[in-house]
Write a protein that binds this ligand. Structure first.
Ligand code: ADP
Ligand code: MN
Ligand code: MN
Ligand code: MN
Length: 350
């Protein structure tokens, strides 16, 4: 007599979530083996290990909100971006996505788009003391030549970690993220990738997944990427996450007035925004190194020393978008997008 077995194809689903670390939350992930072609189910984790619960009531819930093909494992494996819920299925206190979903739905007729420019800095993780603790491309102690030639540079004397930036961009494309470009930044070992234009809450999901891919890919080179807004003190550029923003009205002919109105509304709420644009923002928004000071608000065409820049092409076309230059590299894209929608769209509605 023959025995027949039904073989189900199994895949790995990497569940990714944001923890409760303060003042800057961190990414966590773990693997669930599921049957290919099935929806990734709700799952859980030990919140007492992620600053999201106490030991006696440690269960937190992972609710899948977006999934992407997994470019690291390949095949039919997937990445599953999750939001964290309490066991009664209300949003956990650390869940900043829920508020963005609400704002995006309140102002959906504005069709907000975001382009976020994520800057970051590579660090060697070798225990070789000659390499440890300095940004990639910095000598074992002291400093490299002053910045000036590194931004968008080429050649081994100017560019450090290109192979990781390249692998990361390819992975973002394969995952189906809306990555729009990359560049080497002003400080050696510092890079940028851009995601957008993308709507909300997708922009937040995609920035967080792109960050996870960056850390995961750099891990294989024994290199870490940090979002520290001012990794090297002194005459070295910090790391930001410029946030380009537009509404349907701004993108249409004659949208320039709506862009200026958006800048004015952002000026009226400057403190609220700066306070929620990432920890230690005062270290980066000094008024030097292509920033406006954290306690001053300004906007202007082509002005990289302003809080908000209106790109020159936007002034020529009289429509397009504005660039909020204030958000830190370590800002939470869910919070930044939520504030941007609330401030600009509520002013435009009144
Ligand atoms: P920068 O000149 O400041 O370095 P980048 O090219 O790095 O600018 O980033 C600009 C970002 O703005 C890109 O992600 C791009 O997709 C996005 N963007 C372009 N048009 C719009 C728009 N209408 N609304 C929102 N974002 C936009
Ligand atoms: Mn840029
Ligand atoms: Mn940049
Ligand atoms: Mn920019």
């Amino acid at each position: 007599m023959n025995t027949y077995y039904i073989i189900f194809m199994k895949i790995k689903a990497e569940y990714i979530w944001i923890d409760g670390q303060t003042p800057t939350a961190k990414l966590r992930s773990k693997t669930k083996i599921i049957e290919q072609g099935t929806e990734p189910p709700i799952w859980g984790f030990d919140g007492s290990s992620t600053q999201q619960a106490t030991g006696d009531q440690s269960d937190c819930v992972l609710k899948p909100v977006a999934q992407f093909p997994d470019p690291i494992r390949g095949g039919d494996n997937i990445l599953v971006m999750c939001e964290v819920m309490n066991v009664d299925m209300t949003p956990h206190a650390s869940n900043t996505r829920a508020a963005l979903v609400e704002s995006a739905s309140n102002f959906s007729e504005f069709e907000p788009w975001f382009g976020m420019e994520q800057e970051y800095t590579f660090y060697e993780q070798s225990y070789d003391s000659l390499k440890y603790g300095q940004p990639l491309g910095f000598p074992p102690s002291g400093y490299p030549a002053p910045q000036g030639g590194y931004y968008c540079g080429v050649g081994a004397d100017e560019v450090y970690g290109r192979e990781i930036s390249e692998a990361h961009a390819t992975a973002c494309i394969e995952a189906g993220l809306g990555i729009s470009g990359t560049n080497a930044e002003v400080m050696p070992g510092q890079w940028e990738f851009q995601i957008g234009p993308v709507g909300a809450p997708d922009i937040g999901d995609q920035i967080w997944v792109a960050r996870w891919l960056l850390y995961r890919i750099a891990e294989d080179w024994n290199i870490s990427a940090t979002l520290d807004p001012k990794p090297v003190k002194g005459d070295w550029n910090g790391a930001g996450m410029h946030t380009n923003f537009s509404t349907k009205q701004m993108r249409e002919d004659g949208g320039y007035d709506a862009i200026v109105a958006g800048c004015e509304a952002l000026g009226k709420n400057a403190d609220l925004h700066v306070k929620n644009y990432g920890a230690n923002i005062e270290d980066r928004l000094t008024g030097d190194h292509e920033t406006q000071s954290f306690d001053t608000f300004s906007y202007g065409v082509s002005d990289r020393g302003a809080s908000i820049r209106i790109p020159w092409q936007v002034e020529v076309d009289k429509k397009g978008y504005l660039e909020d230059r204030r958000p830190n590299a370590n800002g939470d894209p869910y919070v930044i997008a939520m504030l941007m929608i609330d401030t600009v769209c509520s002013a435009a509605s009144s």
